[in-house]
Design a protein. Structure first.
Length: 413
């Protein structure tokens, strides 16, 4: 006690008042756990003795989320389990709302021994099951053949059925397993000749191309390649023929003719087609004088592909023809390529007929008979196998003409 001369009374020492104020402040912030610790410290008691009557709190007795902030070791994962270790962040005071201590450090179960300061952090082994990557083997022996039938006036003949056709593979009759005449979507690649020899026919050729697009199925897709001294992919496959129409209008004629290179590029692009039915439409005068690929190389590429080729040979009138040997051989080249693929070649001397021819080809593509069979005599030797489609026409019809691909390469596996 000390005597207060100003007030004339005895009062407690100032240090006692400061001590009591500090104790009350700690209790307000820390809760019951800190209350007993603060009082014990103030009265000289041990934090573990419990002599203040409130019960001391030790690291072993604290709740798990509090004990984890005191350096307790991480909980061991069960054998064979997987986990992702997160980086250890700074600890959060035990009394804070939404304590991040449980996420910054793994939870320590009650009763676990305290970790040493120099103990290395716990390691987590992540186990991932093995992925089996054995390739899927698919054995497909079905041969699909597109067949077009015309009458003596070159008109399309429809209405025939499966019983009217016979298929021979290497001269052996085959059992027709699928037969359809549906107008299914087609992927069409157009090869447009813009060389100098087409200068007086290029406008009508553009009209023919546009007419072909207009008579298409809305689900068809188109690709456009123009060529002179080298082929140029104007547009990849698209179902919006308006895009091709706009780009085709700006094509100008000039230069030499690399027809074979353009066909080779088109066959490669056809591998990206979405539809199972594929066709190429070539509009050219047929003369090649600037290609790197040879005629035999292109014929083999056509045989290996599953693409029909339809060609429109734009020729000059007979009276005014003054062509080079390459140009004179052009129609024969286009006819051979079309025949091997199961397509057709149309010769046009009057450029005004081009739009009608293009429309005719479009209609022909949508009225094909598609025949499927599995060869009964297949030999996996990679050799060329010849196909022959014969027609047993109903009575009363005139002689009919059949167009179909002439063969295919056998698989090797």
């Amino acid at each position: 006690m000390a005597f207060d001369h100003k007030r004339g009374i005895y009062s407690r020492a100032p240090w006692i008042t400061a001590f009591l104020a500090g104790a009350v402040f700690c209790v307000a912030l820390g809760g019951p756990g800190l209350k007993s610790s603060a009082l014990a410290a103030g009265f000289g008691l041990s934090a573990q003795s419990g002599q203040d009557g409130a019960g001391a709190v030790t690291a072993q007795q604290r709740p798990p989320e509090v004990a984890s902030t005191l350096g307790a070791p991480a909980t061991a994962l069960p054998a064979g389990s997987s986990a992702i270790a997160s980086p250890q962040g700074p600890s959060t005071p035990a009394g804070s709302k939404g304590s991040a201590a449980s996420t910054a450090n793994p939870i320590q179960p009650p009763g676990a021994p305290a970790a040493a300061d120099n103990q290395p952090p716990a390691s987590v082994n992540v186990r991932q099951p093995n992925i089996h990557t054995r390739p899927i083997q698919v054995n497909v022996n079905m041969v699909m053949v597109g067949v077009t039938v015309t009458d003596p006036y070159d008109r399309i003949v429809t209405g025939l059925d499966k019983s009217n056709f016979e298929v021979f593979d290497e001269k052996v009759p085959q059992d027709i397993q699928t037969f359809s005449t549906e107008d299914v979507p087609i992927s069409v690649g157009m090869i447009f000749d813009a060389s100098g020899s087409m200068s007086d026919k290029i406008e009508k050729s553009k009209e023919a191309a546009l007419q072909f697009f207009k008579t298409s199925n809305p689900e068809d897709e188109f690709m456009l390649i123009q060529f002179n001294e080298r082929p140029d992919l104007i547009s990849a496959f698209t179902s919006k023929f308006e895009t091709l129409q706009d780009r085709l209008l700006f094509v100008k004629s000039g230069g030499r003719t690399a027809l074979l290179d353009a066909i080779y590029l088109a066959l490669n692009e056809m591998k990206k087609a979405r539809s199972t039915r594929k066709a190429l439409l070539v509009i050219s005068d047929g003369g090649d004088n600037h290609s790197r690929y040879t005629e035999n190389e292109i014929k083999r590429a056509v045989r290996e592909s599953d693409t029909q080729i339809f060609a429109v040979a734009v020729l000059e009138p007979l009276a005014s023809r003054n062509r080079t040997p390459e140009e004179a051989a052009g129609p024969s080249l286009l006819s051979d390529l079309a025949s091997v693929s199961g397509g057709r070649m149309f010769s046009v001397e009057d450029a005004s007929e081009l739009p009608d021819i293009a429309e005719k080809i479009s209609i022909e593509l949508r009225n094909e008979y598609v025949i499927g069979y599995k060869p009964s005599n297949l030999v996996r030797d990679g050799r060329w196998r010849r196909i022959k489609v014969k027609l047993d026409a109903p009575r009363g019809l005139p002689p009919l003409q059949v167009y179909a691909r002439t063969g295919y390469y056998a698989p090797t596996q």
